[in-house]
Design a protein around this ligand. Structure first.
Ligand code: NDP
Length: 403
């Protein structure tokens, strides 16, 4: 029997909800490219419930305990005295979410002698040292596509929020004002603007599709070019390199995974190649952007706005500059954890566990690392190496909260 260690974000401050504000979520039949939704043998939760926080337990406890496994769920994930560190030593499986990542560094893996499988209940496994996972024969799997559309919706929301100056205008209402000039002095239409995505994978292409009806000029760059049919259908301009794209875009949205090739991609030099007053939206991973270069570009006006929901490390310390820099529209990492997405990634996590326990292959689209190398989606979208460096800083959130 296995020990499964699951790290989830904490419950709402008001406690785990007894009743949800809506009675359910729409039932989808397939993902947009035809990929099937998760197919576990059964689920023990009602889709639409809060599953991603500690009390929600991804709806897995009954299934795991009835099969005789030990299931430990915690949100205490950072620092040597954390529950995660203590429990990791004899865990066979770790489940973690990118929103509240249990950083699985080489040092932690060295202590986890029984660890065989790391599941990302979501998409994006950069919180795992993938190089060390390959070396230690640990399989890494994620629930590909489970929240790609959720993120694409968030990206569109953030682009509109920044360009139309929604958040400051909302704040004037809360303050009791009617300050139209204050609101509109930074407000534009997106119509006619050029928007470019870094990567046109599941999220990037969904963003382009959703922006097309706004009559914007659509650009993209990616390691592989989309088909001629898709380029024509969406009237896309392809850029073989990132620089040529950012130079012509009013808005840039980042939708590639974090791996050694993309770490720190948006540094000062690249941001300075963007148009003055451009907007940057990053819901991919915080580390793809240079933290201080972003803050400086907002101070100087090189960027008119920055939004996103990804930080490094996570949770971001209270003194992280992105909390206080001007003209930002940051949220905590929530775009891929809507109640709709939770139902899919909880079911997908169960599907992966069922395959694992029954010795059946995990779908190749879910695999990131397997058999000591990048595999499945990992082989396509990632590069070898490690992107967890600096993650121990996450403990500062805890320390600064206590103070
Ligand atoms: P996909 O695998 O469908 O798309 C990733 C795309 O990135 C692929 O087209 C890949 O290219 C491309 N890519 C990889 N490296 C580069 C590079 N160096 N330059 C340009 N393009 C590159 O994944 P999704 O679209 O579903 O998700 C993308 C990322 O978004 C995730 O890895 C994760 O980090 C983040 N995410 C964030 C969430 C949130 O809640 N904020 C939730 C879900 C995802 P190719 O495969 O053609 O090589």
């Amino acid at each position: 029997m296995a020990k499964i260690l699951c790290v989830l974000y904490g419950d709402p401050v008001t406690g785990h909800p007894k009743e949800m504000i809506r009675d359910g979520i729409p039932q989808l039949s397939r993902y947009p490219d035809g990929q099937t939704l998760p197919t576990p043998s059964k689920i023990d939760f009602t889709p639409g419930q809060l599953l991603g926080s500690v009390s929600g337990e991804l709806g897995l406890r009954k299934f795991l305990e009835e099969a005789g496994h030990e299931f430990v769920v915690t949100s205490d994930k950072d620092g040597a005295d954390s529950v995660f560190d203590q429990e990791l030593v004899d865990a066979e499986i770790v489940i973690s979410q990118p929103f509240w990542p249990a950083y699985l560094t080489a040092e932690r893996m060295a202590k986890a002698k029984k660890l065989k499988l790391a599941i990302t209940a979501g998409i994006g496994s950069d919180h795992v040292d993938l190089q060390a996972a390959m070396k230690n024969g640990i399989t890494v799997a994620e629930v590909t596509y489970c929240n790609s559309i959720s993120v694409a919706e968030h990206v569109v929301m953030m682009i509109l929020s920044l360009v139309r100056n929604y958040i400051p205008s909302y704040k004037w209402v809360i303050k009791g004002g009617w300050n139209i000039a204050d609101c509109v002095q930074h407000s534009y239409d997106v119509e006619g603007m050029a928007v470019g995505t870094v990567a046109a994978g599941r999220i990037g292409s969904a963003v382009l599709r959703r922006l097309k009806p706004f009559d914007m000029k659509l650009h993209y760059t990616d390691r592989y070019r989309l088909s001629k049919e898709v380029e024509e259908e969406l009237n896309l301009t392809y850029h073989a390199n990132l620089e040529s794209m950012v130079e012509v875009c009013d808005i840039v949205t980042i939708n590639c995974p974090l791996h050694p090739e993309t770490e720190n991609l948006f540094n000062e030099a690249l941001i300075n190649k963007m148009k003055r007053g451009a907007y940057l939206v990053n819901t991919a991973r915080g580390k793809i952007c240079d933290r201080d270069a972003v803050a400086r570009a907002l101070e100087s006006g090189q960027l008119a706005g920055y939004a996103g929901d990804v930080w490094f490390p996570q949770p971001a310390p209270k003194d992280h500059p992105w909390r206080t820099m001007p003209n930002h529209g940051m949220t905590p990492h929530i775009s891929g954890s809507s109640l709709s997405a939770q139902a899919r990634y909880a079911a997908g996590t169960r599907e992966i566990l069922e395959c694992w326990f029954q010795n059946k292959p995990i779908r190749s689209e879910y695999l990131i690392v397997d058999g000591g190398k990048l595999a499945g989606t990992g082989a396509h979208s990632y590069s070898e190496g490690n992107a967890t460096k600096g993650s121990e800083e996450a403990v500062r959130f805890k320390e600064l909260t206590v103070v």
